[in-house]
Design a protein around this ligand. Structure first.
Ligand code: SF4
Length: 228
């Protein structure tokens, strides 16, 4: 399938600078995209929650550019949108760090409702995951339950939910089920100490192999072709 020209292939970035031409197939100037542009502007102007989030994030960027850590930015952002209760969707492997984060939030006048990824305490096999797909087959292995994490936060009426270290995909389910807006603290990368950009920064050298295609194992082919 031929790849469509999109922003990642664009060397103009004129939407950012407005000091040169837009490319021929620009996503900003494309006729078909004008209704989407209009809808987005309408939401920023007329949807109160969207407008509040947009303003707060612009102010965090504009007023504190390059001065605050992500931890601090989350606190400032939470205050600007009037959030009082923070839902903390925590990875079990990062509970130590997330306890510190929760203490920091509390020290800044915010209340915290923390839910661990393993909440519900179910074995992975209970939802149809094969025993062979466990990290250590043949024994109890708790599944992550991002839907329950999100729904408990919803039940508690959290104002802002923070994902801290959830697995790829579990984070997708958490975001899909969260009533409150979601932001990220820690993006899980077990190999790169939760710093996924490391693979890109060294993508011309140590991680050049990624360009050859990420090697899937047999189980992945089975899932895509047979099991779903
Ligand atoms: S919107 Fe247009 S100018 Fe901006 S990056 Fe995309 S293609 Fe390039």
């Amino acid at each position: 399938m031929a790849n469509k020209f999109t922003c990642t292939e664009c060397n103009f970035l004129n939407c950012q600078t407005r000091d040169k031409e837009f490319p021929r197939k620009c996503l900003t100037t494309d006729e078909g995209n004008q209704p989407v542009l209009a809808d987005s502007l309408d939401a920023y102007g007329n949807d109160p929650q969207v407008a509040q989030i947009m303003l707060a994030s612009a102010q965090v960027e504009g007023q504190y550019y390059g001065q605050l850590t992500r931890v601090e930015e989350i606190i400032v952002f939470a205050k600007k949108i009037g959030a009082k209760k923070i839902g903390l969707a925590s990875c079990a492997g990062l509970i130590r760090e997330n306890r510190i984060f929760a203490d920091i939030l509390r020290a800044n006048g915010l209340s915290v409702y923390g839910v661990l990824c393993k909440v519900g305490g179910q074995d992975k096999c209970s939802v149809g995951i094969a025993d062979r797909d466990k990290i250590k087959p043949g024994q109890y292995e708790a599944m992550c339950n991002p839907i329950m994490q999100a729904k408990l936060c919803n039940q508690e009426n959290t104002d802002l939910n923070v994902i801290s270290g959830l697995c790829v995909g579990h984070d997708s389910l958490f975001m899909k089920n969260s009533d409150a807006p979601v932001t990220y603290l820690i993006v899980k990368d077990r190999v790169l100490a939760h710093n996924p950009i490391g693979a890109l920064n060294t993508g011309h050298s140590y991680y050049k192999r990624l360009m050859d295609g990420v090697k899937l194992n047999e189980a992945d082919s089975a899932l895509s072709h047979n099991e779903r």
